[in-house]
Design a protein around this ligand. Structure first.
Ligand code: CTP
Length: 474
């Protein structure tokens, strides 16, 4: 006898769908992510996919009419789907179909089909699992491609020959890698090969969808799993060539530099242990991209990457623009992190002076903790002695930041003396002297010559004015 999984269907919504389907004399099944995540014992997703052997739209309308408050049905006629939002759940209805795809777009040509036709056209065996909502076999699992075994063996496999599945909808190449990263699954070898073979088909996928998957990979526990798969399948070079350009170790006259690609992936994994902030993770991914274009070999000093932080921060803009990512404060944050990514390292290598810390806090402002998190993640040395030393040094820098901040309030620095006050004191019209005095006050505070206070700054202003030969009005 077939096992029944009625406990997966304990939400009363399923009984309601079942009744609605019976009234319409169509069969219906829950399919996709909901069923997969039930068997994986993951958090039950908020979106539930239902397939009807008949019209999905009609079933949605029937269900909506039975639901309290009669929620609106959003119908997507072109796709033959309909969606209802109810009680924080998104129910998506679709009629079972056979599909074939046009080579130049992701839009399928749709024909009605059986449940198995519908399962066949899905992306992965683990996403093709269906639970029956029909009275006769309520809760029965329908798994013609042995998705359950693939769940147990942690394998991503396609129901059809992988070349067909990926070519039909090339977004699935990204999805395969995203699921492998999220679930810590292996992609079956033929699937992996098919992704490489079909990699150029990614160009028919919109940037938005690619980014969506990339962000999901970035937010995984160990993003390097996904990035190494993207690299292995050669998709990464199409999406982020700036990153693949970092791969490789060059050796001249016995001097080598580290492989900055694999180093970067380690940094991303490290930072992911410390933060869930997507944009700080992006900063980690991009912190070294300026190293490829700035790499030089000098006979005396060996390999250098002078100015890579500056070049890298400029590259961030181009990269965001190309991928149609938001060119807003998120991008500016990533740029700032890349630009400043070596600053705390220089600090931690040396004796840490208060003035250097004040300058760091002044330049980083509210992002100083994020910057420290990035720099700590950047420690990838395998030498335990060095690793301990660097972490210890950063601890000292963090402590100093707190001390200096408590005393000097440099974060979000506001000049203690305004331009108006300077003009009034020396009877000046707008002129370059005002800028000179303001800058001198700021410098004196950052250098620790005077405290960040009004009175001390006023005295300093008098002195500076005298130095410039200015007369005081009072
Ligand atoms: N699907 C597919 N090909 C795609 C996208 C989706 O075959 N390119 C199918 C899969 O059966 C999938 C279902 O549609 O399970 C629902 O898709 P979606 O909601 O995007 O994914 P989920 O599997 O629910 O997982 P997640 O929410 O994590 O994306």
């Amino acid at each position: 006898m077939q096992k029944s999984y009625t406990d997966a269907l304990n939400n009363p919504i399923f009984k309601m769908i079942s009744e609605a389907a019976e009234e319409l004399s169509v069969d219906s099944y829950v399919i996709g992510g909901f069923v997969r995540d039930y068997f994986l014992k993951r958090n039950i997703p908020k979106d539930i996919d239902v397939v009807a052997i008949g019209s999905g739209i009609k079933l949605a309308e029937k269900v909506a009419s039975k639901l309290e408050g009669k929620p609106q049905v959003s119908v997507f006629k072109n796709f033959g789907t309909a969606m209802i939002k109810s009680d924080g759940i998104e129910l998506e209805f679709v009629g079972a179909r056979k599909e074939s795809y046009n080579r130049d777009s992701r839009k399928p040509i749709v024909e009605d089909g059986t449940l198995e036709d519908d399962q066949k056209r899905r992306d992965f065996t683990i996403n093709a699992l269906a639970l029956s909502l029909n009275k006769s076999n309520y809760g029965t699992l329908l798994d013609p491609f042995d998705g359950i075994a693939d769940l147990e063996n942690k394998i991503i496999k396609t129901p059809l020959e992988p070349g067909i599945t990926y070519s039909d909808d090339p977004l699935r190449m990204m999805r395969a890698i995203r699921f492998a990263t999220q679930l810590d699954f292996q992609i079956a070898l033929p699937s992996l090969q098919a992704i490489t073979e079909n990699k150029d088909r990614l160009k028919i996928v919109s940037n938005e969808r690619i980014l969506d998957e990339l962000h999901k990979i970035m937010l995984c526990k160990k993003p390097s799993l996904g990035f190494s798969l993207l690299h292995k399948t050669e998709l990464l070079g199409l999406i982020l060539p700036e990153l693949t350009a970092l791969q490789g170790i060059e050796e001249i006259e016995g001097q080598k530099h580290k492989d900055n690609f694999w180093h970067t992936l380690e940094v991303v994994d490290n930072i992911s242990e410390a933060t869930d902030d997507l944009w700080l993770r992006w900063a980690a991914l991009l912190h070294d991209i300026g190293k490829a274009p700035t790499k030089r070999f000098h006979k005396k000093i060996g390999w250098t990457f002078h100015g890579h932080e500056f070049v890298g921060s400029k590259m961030v803009f181009k990269l965001f623009k190309r991928l149609r990512m938001p060119l807003n404060e998120k991008m500016k944050f990533v740029q700032k992190m890349v630009l400043m990514s070596s600053r705390p390292i220089i600090l931690s290598e040396d004796y840490v002076t208060d003035s250097a810390v004040r300058r760091l806090v002044f330049d980083a402002g509210d992002n100083v903790e994020d910057l420290m998190t990035l720099c700590e993640a950047d420690i990838t040395t395998k030498n335990p002695r060095k690793q301990r030393k660097y972490h210890q040094n950063f601890k000292v820098v963090r402590q100093k930041i707190e001390e200096v901040e408590a005393r000097d309030h440099i974060r979000n620095f506001q000049p203690p003396i305004s331009g108006e006050k300077i003009m009034e004191t020396f009877a000046l019209k707008p002129s370059k002297e005002i800028g000179i005095i303001k800058e001198a006050i700021k410098e004196a505070i950052l250098e620790g010559e005077i405290p960040n206070e009004y009175k001390a700054a006023l005295e300093f202003m008098y002195l500076k004015g005298a130095e410039l030969g200015l007369q005081r009005t009072k």
